[in-house]
Design a protein around this ligand. Structure first.
Ligand SMILES: C[S@@+](CC[C@H](N)C(=O)[O-])C[C@H]1O[C@@H](n2cnc3c(N)ncnc32)[C@H](O)[C@@H]1O
Length: 395
């Protein structure tokens, strides 16, 4: 069975954490978490993916009406390849497919060629953490989890309006020219699950501009899918200087060797970012810290928000200390830990620290969700918010 699931920025499955006593090698505070037995929980891992693909394939083979369908909105701005039902569900939403001029944002980037990297995105002005860099209607939105025979690019292309087909074909293809989904495999970002669809509903979005953002293991920007606008957004994960390259992290993490292998295999390049170029001793520390943070993150995802809130504040301080030690700006990590620290300092009535962490939580939440998550009010006047002194101390 040939299938394809190749998306940037999509962590499909959690790796099983090998749990965590961290940081002793980088003279940071040690973290010791009372972990549930993850061996007991087990992990879905690849069998689940395969089962899902087989299920789609079997249903398609049994039911000729279950094939992919195509939709082009009146402004011809995009091609949506969808499973039956999705179009109606999408179009039922108020204001679905808003016209292009209503989603436009003033661009703060330009695309230039960099030798060895191809087309690349650069900031044309200073960009604040959490701020919008680009908002763009994709050229193509298509299911990410599809037996290959149903979703070759040439089939999508035959439905694509001419003006966007030329742009799509001009995108980089790091696979062999004959690869049936090479352009999508190189350029698609996750558009998440579409409404009303479960595992068949995972979609990928391919863009004219956003797909020009290159990878860095210390990315300064993050992609998110905005279903209401039927558009993708790039937001800054940290302050970006005018002239700096705008980078995203393709779906890779862990130690340098693992990242390098995945990037070479999936995207055909050797990463030479500032982290991959660290000298050996610093690299060993960085690898260890990233692995620790990834394991902890997997645990938090398994445990959900209640697990996050039960962790002692020292754990969040320890994580922040680890993140600062490796200068990692991953917004997902930061928004959880900074948010919990802001809550803790609100509980203690320590205004200065509460505001400091609330500002960080606000910036990172903006980068992830496009909204401030209520943290702007805490930054403004913590004592006027519900979170101030509201939680039991010593939870
Ligand atoms: C999504 S495209 C990014 C835009 C691409 N540079 C272009 O010219 O359209 C992914 C491809 O860009 C290149 N690329 C991305 N990040 C890179 C990096 N850090 N160093 C070198 N090449 C990179 C690789 O060829 C990769 O397959």
């Amino acid at each position: 069975m040939h299938y394809s699931f190749l998306l940037q920025g999509a962590k499909l499955f959690l790796r099983r954490p090998s749990f965590v006593r961290a940081a002793s090698t980088c003279s940071r505070p040690a973290i010791s978490i009372p972990a549930p037995s993850l061996e007991d929980i087990g992990s879905p891992e690849p069998q689940l993916l395969q089962k899902m693909v087989h299920a789609v394939s079997a249903r398609m083979d049994a039911d000729p009406d279950f094939g992919l369908r195509y939709f082009v909105p009146p402004d011809q701005s995009t091609l949506l390849a969808y499973w039956p039902d999705l179009k109606d569900r999408l179009l039922e939403r108020p204001g679905a497919f808003p016209p292009l001029n209503s989603i436009a944002a003033r661009p703060s980037y330009e695309i230039r060629v960099v030798p060895g990297k191809g087309k690349s995105m650069f900031a044309t002005e200073a960009i604040a953490p959490g701020a919008l860099i680009a908002r763009e209607r994709p050229l193509l939105v298509a299911p990410a989890l599809t037996p290959l025979k149903y979703s070759e690019e040439r089939i999508h292309l035959s439905h694509m309006p001419e003006n966007i087909r030329d742009k799509f074909l001009a995108l980089h293809n790091c696979k062999m020219p004959s690869h049936p989904r090479g352009i999508m495999a190189t350029n698609a970002f996750s558009a998440g699950n579409m409404p009303g669809q479960s595992h068949f509903g995972l979609y990928g979005a391919t863009y004219n501009d956003i797909s020009r953002a290159n990878h860095s293991c210390r990315a300064n920007a993050r992609h998110r899918w905005n279903l209401d606008m039927f558009a993708g957004e790039l937001r800054a994960q940290r302050a970006i200087a005018a002239g700096e390259e705008v980078t995203v992290r393709y779906s890779t993490d862990g130690a340098r060797a693992d990242r390098q292998e995945e990037l070479r295999e999936r995207y055909g390049f050797d990463c030479a970012c500032e982290i991959c170029s660290l000298p050996p001793a610093a690299l060993a520390r960085d690898d260890h810290t990233r692995k620790t943070l990834d394991d902890l993150w997997s645990l938090l995802l398994w445990g959900g928000s209640s697990c996050v809130q039960k962790l002692p504040s020292e754990v969040h301080l320890g994580c922040v200390s680890l993140l600062e030690g490796i200068r990692d700006e991953t917004a997902e990590f930061w928004r959880v830990h900074a948010g919990e620290l802001a809550r803790a300092y609100c509980t203690l009535g320590q205004r200065e620290d509460a505001v400091r962490w609330a500002r960080k939580a606000m910036e990172k939440t903006m980068a992830v969700t496009g909204e401030d998550g209520g943290w702007a009010a805490v930054v403004e006047a913590p004592e006027r918010t519900d979170v101030w002194r509201s939680q039991a101390v010593g939870k």
